[in-house]
Write a protein that binds this ligand. Sequence first.
Ligand SMILES: *Cc1c(COP(=O)(O)O)cnc(C)c1O
Length: 402
Amino acid sequence: MADDRQHGFATEAIHAGEIHDATGAHIAPIYQTSTFTFADMEAVEDWADGKTEAYIYSRGGNPGRKALAEKLAALEGFGLDPAGQPVAEIFASGMAAISAAIMGTAKAGNHIITQQVLYGSADHLISDVLPDFGITNSRVPGLEAAALEHELRSHQNTTAVYLETPANPTLRVIDIATTARIAHEHGAQLIVDNTFATPALQRPLSLGADVVVHSTTKYINGHGTIVGGAVVSTDSDLMENEIASLIRFTGGVPGALDCWLANLGLKTLPLRMSRHCSTAMQVARFLEDHPAIVTVHYPGLPGHPQHDVAARQMADFGAMLAFDAGSYEAATSFLNRLNLCTLAVSLGNLDTLVEHPASMTHRVVPPEQRAASGISDGLIRVSVGLEDPADIIADLDRALGG
Ligand SMILES: *Cc1c(COP(=O)(O)O)cnc(C)c1O
């Protein structure tokens, strides 16, 4: 609807894709059903002839899943030319979405190029699982332009470049527009994991990326109640012929309740992100000045090595940060002394979650590779929540022995 594009981002977050069914229910019902009925055989024939559209079976499609996909596509496509509006598909997890995005763009015999530091399970998928299916990979530490071009020239069978920015857990920032341009010059597509930033802060499709993936488990749902994922793309051929078929035939579909919860969470995304970001900036400044801390990694701090890139491609700097407590022992005693902040993996929840990559999310990564990726033994990752900033800071300060 051309009309919708005159609305702002927060309005789209609330209204895009919403179901208004015949009952007049204000909030969409949860279509908690595995199958859908046909009135009679004529309805079957009409559907088979393409005269009518129908829901048949919830692996193929469910109204709540479609509604969530439409809302997320509207947000990732916000500001794009109406002709370039993306399509989305919702998955049972972020990893199901990432697998589909990669398998949709790379087949046996193809190559993908990615950065050094990645979300742990994406790292494992790319380096240990996909090679068994004939999809090889190579790494360029920060996808630096010259090195990436060299890698693309040495692997003519590259069909996709995969990046994550800001990256987990070191908050390294990668230039999306430059990477997209270089990938395209060599006939490869660009996939961007937009989980940390969300479309409220960063819209990779408008910077030239072809595919966006999300773990909706995180900020999209925002309340820590589900595991979910999404693929969004402006490439309709890829979406119709590859992604739609991958979700249907590998079957990583989300449940109706999970879609409903993610849709509900997404409505407050702009509001939550704005508060998440302002609190994270306060926490980052506090940590930066703290004598017990060696380094703070937050793209919003002017000293962050890619601060300029972040300022150019993000509307704000997000609420993920990491800092180096100095050693494994210092990190352990800090974590044991936290009171308000929660010791847990995952991120993007209402409350502040703190974790230790070396012993938790990146435990399986060999120590040499962790070191090469900048994951020191003292590194602590913080997902800054929506509590009062002073309370978060006081808890961190106390745990740091301040
Ligand atoms: C959590 C996460 C994933 C994986 O998502 P799941 O929903 O856990 O499968 C991928 N990328 C990033 C950046 C994440 O934070």
